[in-house]
Ligand binder design. Sequence first.
Ligand code: PMP
Length: 363
Amino acid sequence: GPDYVRAIAPYQAGKPIAEVAREFGLDEASIVKLASNENPFGVPESSRAAMAQAAADLGRYPDANGFELKAALSSRYDVPAEWITLGNGSNDILEIAAHAFVQKGESVVYSQYSFAVYALATQGVGGRAIVVPARDYGHDLDAMAAAIEADTRLVYVANPNNPTGTFISAEQIEAFLDKVPANVVVVLDEAYNEYLALAHQFESSAWVRKYPNLVVSRTFSKAYGLAGLRVGFAIAQPAVTDLMNRIRQPFNVNSLAQAAAIAALNDKEFLEKGARNNAEGYQQMIAAFEELGLEYVPSFGNFVLVKVGSDDAAGARVNLALLKQGVIVRPVGNYGLPQWLRISIGLPQENATFIEALKKALG
Ligand code: PMP
């Protein structure tokens, strides 16, 4: 295989519950998993009902163009259906963008401490990564604009960012988009958008109208609770969307996922319940960190990054101590943050279980 494929370090997903149960001799039901920024309420009831109906037709291929889901997204975000690309999760969107816009040897710009899939997608096409040092654990957009070179084809920006939870204001994003050359595609990854205050939610589809090189990426995995079904989507102008749709797999979103996504999109109550739980759970988490004197990065997502020690073995050590107590969180040493752990916000009782386990782990 190509050298650039051999150079890829595999994605590190959250440890599955069954694996931890076996490894540490624990009862699966007692395990708390706050490791993958999943929705603690699981799949909305409305999506379950929609899937039960769609299940009758599983002998047929899914709608390759996702007609109904795109129609629902089109009216929800006030953009034509031709501006939408569906993805097998938004990871698929991130990868489709690399395939559509980057040739081997050309460069891709993204931030230090930003989402791991940007590196994977870049390496997967033999692209050259330009990793821009973070500022206060978040994107330094001025430095990122300055880092763009003549052969740069793509820039990834995560807002809020994973794993740090940092947020970039609308003004900063627009100022950045104004500086990026028109032939460089910007993927604005808004996987955690729905956790932001409502005021922030609809700016990005207006930006897509203004910037022909902008791709806004969203997912049903987080606030909509459909991580296991794998549905994401991108909004961009037709010239960009057309190229992304040429390279994507024809049936990349399955029938159950399409049906579930349409139902979830219309389930305002579920979204509000999740956002409320998240805001309260975040306060519960940071109150505990403050009590324990632990540094954390203020987060705008459904997770929070906390510093659990000042030596480079701290993250792995505390992670192991948590695993032994049946609590799964995410070490972020692979992000260059070996002293930190990323904790997803769960239900109040799950958060409390984690906090108790953390106290024990820290001795
Ligand atoms: N972008 C960011 C910033 C993420 O944190 C994640 C999930 N870890 C994704 C994209 C991809 O999520 P999915 O493929 O489930 O949509």
